[in-house]
Design a protein around this ligand. Structure first.
Ligand SMILES: [Ca+2]
Ligand SMILES: [Ca+2]
Ligand SMILES: [Ca+2]
Ligand SMILES: [Ca+2]
Length: 665
């Protein structure tokens, strides 16, 4: 149980002895020196058991390794080599998802699940006659990979970020962009028409974005510049010059036109994540799409996400507190990891770091994943660390949503996915075996050749789930689309169809919802161009995969269907489920001692009419006066917490008061 303990924000203001969390095992440690010898011996036995985190030991192991029977190390499908990023896409267009692996000192792999043999097998075999043969590209020294439909033929192309041993600056071997053409996968960047744009720079990350909402994706390449060689590249198809039906795809770099021709200098390599026209980049750019396919960087001001002194690695997007806004989690290389909740203050977007000391603990992190691995509605965050100057275990946290309060961050036991000696370089989630529980695949490399590992979740087998796959107008995966699932009892759950996240990776193009014992009532998909589709979800569709095609016909043509929106939401006349304003609907909904009602997404809140002196205002629950805060994020001024006035005789509030930070919203 998380108990009343809640984290401090890292980095701002005084903290009450953050090194000693008040949890069961840890309590014994500081006390032990006062006890007699037998107790000391006991402690010596306990300590190794308690490492690396007492929190991780109190839960059942989440993952069990299935590598030895699903993907046993061998020459064909799981060679012991240096691997990096991975992407999940349907390479053979049969409706099942494959895992594409960037091989660095060996071939790239395309792993497909063979249901009959219950094994992952490599489609890109070492046979020249295979249509997948070119994807192997042994010479590429690939580190990153991403997939999206760049030419609008309904199938995803695959982009490999190659290094050819060039750490930064000019590489001698170009990246590759593979398309299925006349029955074989071929590199478009080798075509004569594309020689000029073929990236010859050493990249550090790659992702897909539908910047204009056309259904034709651009590929964002965050180059690793050297002496101002190699700004970021945004490759997309020149529609007027191309004829995809005849296999002619002319690529053009639109980075300057789109305003993203940034430089990522040595020392600041970055992960990359893109969501329907908004992007986040490790040295921390946050690109806001101005609506015309061009972007402005808003990371430093006004949203305070720039984190200028850290070296960003993996990043993931999710709505951790289920307020309908996309939050950002990312890892910094041997620096504090961040969990930024998005909030808005008088209509302006802000981010606020709620990482606990344990969560933010610096580590040699690569990929960061956010997913519901046990289908219990709460998202987990997985940190994939690379064993570097010694072992470095992977870590797993559960972000537990709370009504009107910040989520609780609980450390879980990753089980066999801990891999303390793993040279983790990448990781993806997908449900390759179709049992409704997400599977985890980890890649390794850099300093030691290690095969891939495959893990299955061990928990939540009885929980409900729903998987939603939106498609573009061309029938390809709608990367960057936003899917909101309305449920009968647990409000609205939000997912972004991944266009690139983690570190050098791209997750499955599926909105995977764990539902616990709840059921969905309706769903809403928003495509990158802003088109919205709503649809009822029946009980009989629980535990299934729903395909959502792009809407046919003009907007507003179809009359809205009657939807059940579930608790906290009601159907607007435009057909969409919207938050109910309980305060307006039921003027006397709040009790007498807390008469002030304020509407929140999916609920409402009651406040006391407590008066506060100038510069202060009542806290969210009305029990304290807190400073009105002007800034969020990394600035010291953000830590304007004060030790709250506490209601008498409430131990729970005392526990919270130790470490809670209040913010004016
Ligand atoms: Ca497939
Ligand atoms: Ca295509
Ligand atoms: Ca979960
Ligand atoms: Ca599974």
């Amino acid at each position: 149980s998380p108990g009343p303990w809640r984290s401090c924000r890292g980095g701002t203001g005084p903290r009450p002895s953050p090194a000693k969390p008040r949890s069961g095992v840890a309590q014994a440690e500081p006390m032990s020196v006062w006890f007699q010898v037998p107790r000391m011996l006991l402690l010596l036995w306990l300590l190794p058991l308690a490492w690396p985190g007492e929190g991780s030991q109190r839960s059942e192991p989440m993952f069990t390794a299935v590598t030895s029977h699903v993907l046993p190390p061998d020459y064909d499908s799981n060679p012991t080599q240096l691997n990096y990023g991975m992407a999940v896409t349907d390479v053979d267009a049969d409706g099942d998802l494959e895992i594409v692996v960037a091989g660095y000192n060996g071939p790239n792999l395309v792993l497909k699940y063979d249901r009959a043999r219950q094994r992952l097998v490599n489609l890109a075999r070492d046979e020249r006659s295979s249509p997948y043969y070119a994807l192997r590209d042994r010479q590429g020294n690939a580190i990153g990979v991403t997939a999206c439909d760049i030419d609008g033929d309904g199938r995803e192309e695959i982009y490999f970020l190659n290094t050819n041993n060039a750490f930064s600056g000019l590489a001698t071997y170009t990246d590759k962009l593979f398309k299925l053409r006349a029955g074989r996968w071929e590199d478009l960047l080798s075509d004569e028409v594309n020689r000029a744009v073929a990236s010859r720079f050493a990249g550090r990350s790659v992702a897909c974005v539908d910047r204009a909402g056309s259904g034709r994706y651009a590929i964002y390449i965050a180059n690793y510049a050297n002496n101002n060689l190699g700004p970021h590249v945004l490759l997309e198809m020149d529609v007027a010059a191309s004829d995809p039906a005849r296999g002619i795809v002319v690529l053009t770099d639109v980075a300057a036109e789109a305003g993203v021709n940034k430089y990522t200098g040595p020392g600041q390599p970055g992960g990359l994540s893109l969501q329907g026209g908004e992007g986040v980049n490790g040295p921390n750019f946050l690109f806001h799409n101005q609506g015309d396919g061009s972007f402005v960087d808003v990371a430093a001001a006004p949203v305070s996400l720039d984190d200028p002194y850290q070296h960003g690695r993996g990043v993931a997007l999710a709505d951790f507190n289920r307020d309908g806004k996309v939050d950002i989690v990312y890892g910094n290389w041997n620096g504090p990891h961040r969990l930024y909740l998005q909030m808005s203050t008088s209509g302006r977007v802000r981010f606020r770091d709620i990482a606990t000391p344990k969560f933010s603990m610096p580590s040699p992190v690569r990929t960061v994943l956010a997913a519901d691995f046990d289908n219990n509605q709460e998202l987990e965050v997985f940190f994939n660390n690379i064993a570097y100057r010694g072992s470095s275990a992977n870590r797993l946290f559960r972000i537990i949503r709370r009504e009107h309060l910040d989520p609780v961050i609980e450390e879980l036991n990753p089980g066999e996915a801990m891999e303390p000696e793993g040279r983790g370089t990448g990781g993806v989630v997908t449900d390759f075996d179709g049992d409704g529980l997400l599977d985890l695949i980890l890649s390794h490399g850099e300093s030691m050749a290690q095969p891939l590992s495959v893990f299955r979740g061990t928990q939540g087998a009885g929980n409900n789930w729903l998987r939603v796959i939106p498609r573009t107008r061309f029938g390809a995966f709608a990367r960057g689309a936003r899917v909101v699932l309305f449920t009968r009892r647990s409000g609205a759950h939000l997912r972004i169809i991944d266009g690139g996240s983690g570190y050098l990776c791209e997750m499955e193009p599926v909105a995977h919802f764990g539902l616990g014992q709840d059921e969905a009532s309706s769903l809403e998909v928003t495509w990158p161009d802003g088109r919205v589709v709503t649809r009822a979800v029946s009980s009989t569709e629980t535990n299934s995969v729903l395909e959502i095609p792009y809407p046919q016909g003009a907007e507003g043509q179809l009359p809205p269907t009657l939807l059940e929106c579930g608790q906290g939401f009601s159907q607007h006349e435009n057909g969409r489920c919207v938050d109910r304003d309980e305060c307006a609907e039921f003027p006397f909904v709040c009790p007498r001692e807390k008469p002030l009602c304020s509407n929140t997404y999916s609920g409402y809140r009651c406040h006391s009419n407590r008066r506060c002196s100038r510069g202060f205002e009542p806290s969210e629950d009305g029990t304290a006066c807190v400073a009105q805060v002007a800034f969020f994020g990394g600035y010291p001024s953000a830590g304007s917490q004060l030790w709250a006035w506490r209601p008498p005789s409430s131990l729970l509030s005392l526990g919270l008061g130790l470490c809670l930070h209040f913010y004016a919203l």
